[in-house]
Design a protein around this ligand. Structure first.
Ligand code: ADP
Length: 169
């Protein structure tokens, strides 16, 4: 995107973060699927203006859950977490947009739903950390890593939404 008309007061690192198209891996966890929250959750990201590039219902094998959460391997709750994530189908999603990683984390809310702000997905729809309904990547690097982990070649689509000029000048 053209940057030349932007006011010069922006610091370079801010300009970079404002312009960078990122991708994030969002997943409705088994409790969200069981509770019929899939449509509600997808709707929040759609309405915000992000672009859906990948979507599937999927029964996660144990090995994939362990790989996805490998940074949490040493935590006491790790076995329960793997049991939870593999306890029923999940909805895997890839979303794309400028600033989508941090924005999705804000839409999702704090890890503990009792501490998540009202208006966020966890704040509105959940009550416990062990049943917090949704996952969202915590960095652009992890967004790429996790989309690579959960989607096969050809399952993520590149497309141009017609609403784009009405979302961004
Ligand atoms: P987030 O999902 O908000 O990025 P973390 O990366 O810290 O949070 O943890 C990953 C997931 O592990 C959480 O979403 C939650 O499902 C689970 N989890 C984290 N902490 C606990 C805990 N203390 N007890 C049970 N489950 C937990």
């Amino acid at each position: 995107r053209a940057r030349k008309n932007r006011p010069q007061i922006f610091l370079p690192h801010l300009i970079a973060s404002m312009d960078e198209v990122e991708e994030t891996y969002i997943m409705v966890k088994p409790d969200g699927v069981q509770r019929g929250l899939v449509g509600e959750i997808i709707s929040r990201f759609e309405k915000k203006g992000f672009k859906l590039t990948g979507l599937k219902l999927f029964q996660c094998p144990k090995e994939l859950a362990e790989e996805h959460y490998k940074d949490l391997q040493a935590k006491p709750f790790f076995p329960k977490l793997i049991q939870y994530i593999t306890s029923g189908p999940v909805v895997c999603m890839a979303w794309e947009g400028v600033g989508v990683v941090a924005s999705a984390r804000k839409l999702i809310g704090a890890t503990n739903p009792l501490q998540a702000e009202p208006g966020t997905i966890r704040g509105d729809l959940a009550v416990q950390t062990g049943r917090n309904v949704i996952h969202g990547s915590d960095s652009p690097e992890n967004g790429k890593r996790e989309i690579g982990l959960w989607f096969k070649e050809g399952e993520v689509c590149s497309w141009a939404p017609v609403q784009e000029p009405w979302l961004r000048e």
